[in-house]
Design a protein around this ligand. Structure first.
Ligand code: HEC
Length: 137
């Protein structure tokens, strides 16, 4: 007789564990998209990006000027002729697409070759860089 109620009782004992697990998953998801800090983003940008990307409109180096990049369609900065992987792209730059690009430019989109070879592994650093780029007018 008691055997038939046993599975239900075991479930009730498992419940708190499941709730904890769900909470961990939610916290994990939240920390996967950290809030960006524009000041830290500028510091990183000056160190790692400025060498190839000016922030002055129409001043291009090995990479295009990133003036006004946020909200722009990828691969469409006027007068920049060095596009490879982004030429003809349908992507629009926003938090999500910029994050993916910085995480791994080489496997972004259809994976065509690109001269942008660095990867930013730290999600917090990517968020900081994206926050800074969104301020570039
Ligand atoms: C070695 C030079 C180089 C460095 C360093 C570099 N990039 Fe790039 N970047 C490029 C090139 C070249 C492209 C064009 C990519 C293509 O079409 O293949 C590009 C493209 C981009 C684009 C898209 C531009 C557009 O017109 O759609 C963004 C955004 C970008 N880079 C951000 C960054 C950030 C942020 C950093 C620093 C973390 C960085 N890049 C570092 C060379 C570089």
């Amino acid at each position: 007789v008691s055997g038939s109620t046993e599975p239900a009782r075991r479930w009730r004992r498992l419940w708190p564990g499941a709730a904890v697990l769900a909470a961990v998953v939610v916290v994990g998801a939240a920390s996967a998209t950290p809030r960006g800090d524009t000041r830290r983003g500028k510091e990183l940008y000056d160190k790692q990006c400025l060498v190839c990307h000016a922030v002055t409109p129409r001043f291009h180096k090995e990479g295009p000027s990133l003036s006004g990049i946020y909200g722009r369609k990828a691969g469409t900065v006027p007068l920049f002729t060095g596009y490879r992987s982004l030429r003809g792209s349908q992507v629009v730059w926003n938090d999500e697409t910029l994050d993916r690009w910085l995480a791994d430019p080489r496997s972004f989109g259809d994976g065509r070759d690109t001269k942008m070879i660095l990867r930013i592994d730290d999600p917090q650093q990517r968020a900081d860089l994206v926050a800074y780029m969104a301020t570039l007018r």
